[in-house]
Design a protein around this ligand. Structure first.
Ligand SMILES: Cc1cc2nc3c(=O)[nH]c(=O)nc-3n(C[C@H](O)[C@H](O)[C@H](O)COP(=O)(O)O)c2cc1C
Length: 382
């Protein structure tokens, strides 16, 4: 097994612990937390880990390959980087660091509407390979303009989101003044001073900005006005009337993220979407909801030949990717794992985390005698 990562951090949990020491508490808690009592957050990983796989040691083995085809593109691994908002708050330049690492490792990177680099910059860093996730704008003009920018930047896949009809109820963010409208209070300032490396890097790179939205924002908004702007600009509740014009306008692949039911899957198929990401936003929206791996199995079995079924929420390792693929996902995504990596290791974090996950997954495949990533379901113990 060739080790191509920093051996001090051989697991996502090592990166998480390091990140906790490295960045201010309000930023770490924004990244790490779920919602309400964190039941859904914990359930996501716990139920993925209930899944067990069966090896066939004596089978002829010609080697294992992580390469996986998705929407006609061959990626070097069956996992990608999920869209995360406000990334620059956790570590300056983190969306750029991750986009570059994703490009070098040939895996997908999804840029969020509310993160801190622009569509154009993400596209430049990935030579047009970055996907884009659209939060639904209230005004059609704004929606069309953002979609045109994604098209001009040659994004191959547009991701729309159905699991944010309301902002999640997140006690830590409320306590830390990060709920909408955000407040920078004395406690947050003291927490930042307690993390000098983070503070220095943040000062060096400047206060993070919503780069995708900058062209539409009035200049010099204070934090309270920013909250108001966000509330007026986006309307999270997606429905047929909102999806149809996007489908008509977007010629590339269109994916619905946040699906957790058969009903929404059937709607996605009926409205002509190309794929779904079975996801509960990493347990940040509906604490009383199921883990994603539970509905995934039913959805993949029933609809897997009609629409491309992908999955995220709760994956923290190569074995977790294998368990999710064995349960029916054609492709997987992770949000926090990569952000722990960058928060912990800065510039080196993207490359480190991808290399670590690739190494772990390669080991699982060889251990199982699984040659292709499409073969994982044959190893599932039902
Ligand atoms: C801090 C944070 C911010 C997020 N922001 C967005 C976002 O702007 N858009 C989006 O579609 N999903 C967002 N998500 C959800 C992720 O795309 C993804 O669904 C989730 O992180 C997967 O769970 P995991 O963190 O357990 O891997 C966010 C998740 C986190 C942790």
């Amino acid at each position: 097994m060739a080790i191509k990562f920093d051996t001090r951090y051989p697991s996502i949990e090592d990166l998480r612990r390091k990140a906790q020491k490295k960045i201010p508490k309000f930023a770490f808690e924004y990244l790490d937390g779920g919602c309400n009592e964190d039941v859904n957050l914990i359930r996501n990983t716990a139920e993925i880990r209930d899944i067990q796989l069966k090896p066939n040691y004596l089978r002829k083995h010609h080697g294992s390959s992580l390469k996986t085809k998705l929407f006609g593109i061959e990626y070097d691994a069956p996992f990608g980087i999920a869209p995360v908002g406000l990334q620059g708050l956790m570590w300056p330049n983190s969306p750029e660091i991750l986009a570059k690492a994703a490009f070098e490792h040939n895996i997908p990177f999804i840029l969020s509407t509310v993160t801190t680099t622009s569509i154009e910059r993400a596209s430049e860093l990935t030579e047009g390979k970055a996907w884009f996730q659209l939060y639904h704008p209230t005004e059609n003009r704004l929606r069309d303009d953002i979609i045109k920018r994604a098209e001009a930047a040659e994004c191959p896949v547009l991701v729309i989101l159905c699991d944010v009809p309301t902002f999640g109820f997140r006690p830590r963010d409320i306590r830390n003044g990060l709920a909408m409208p955000p407040k920078m209070n004395l406690t947050n300032i003291l927490q930042a001073i307690g993390r000098p490396h983070w503070s220095l890097q943040t000062l060096k790179h400047g206060i993070p900005n919503f780069e995708v939205l900058k062209p539409y924002m009035p200049k010099d908004l204070d934090l309270k006005q920013l909250g108001k702007f966000m509330d007026q600009t986006f309307s999270g509740r997606l429905n047929e009337e909102k999806i149809k014009p996007i489908r008509d306008m977007w010629k590339g692949k269109l994916v619905l993220k946040g699906v957790a039911s058969e009903y929404d899957t059937e709607e996605a198929i009926r409205l002509g979407l190309d794929g779904i990401i079975v996801s509960n936003h990493g347990g940040r929206q509906l604490d009383a909801g199921q883990s994603t791996v539970k509905p995934l199995a039913t959805i993949a079995e029933k609809y897997g030949d009609k629409i491309t079924v992908m999955m995220d929420s709760g994956i923290r390792s190569g074995p977790d990717v294998a368990r999710s693929m064995a349960s029916g996902a054609k492709f997987t995504f992770m949000g926090r794992s990569f952000m722990y990596g960058v928060s912990a290791l800065g510039k080196k974090g993207g490359n480190h985390t991808i290399s670590l996950l690739k190494t772990e997954l390669q080991q699982v495949m060889e251990q199982l005698c699984c040659e292709k990533t499409t073969d994982f379901p044959y190893h599932l113990i039902k």
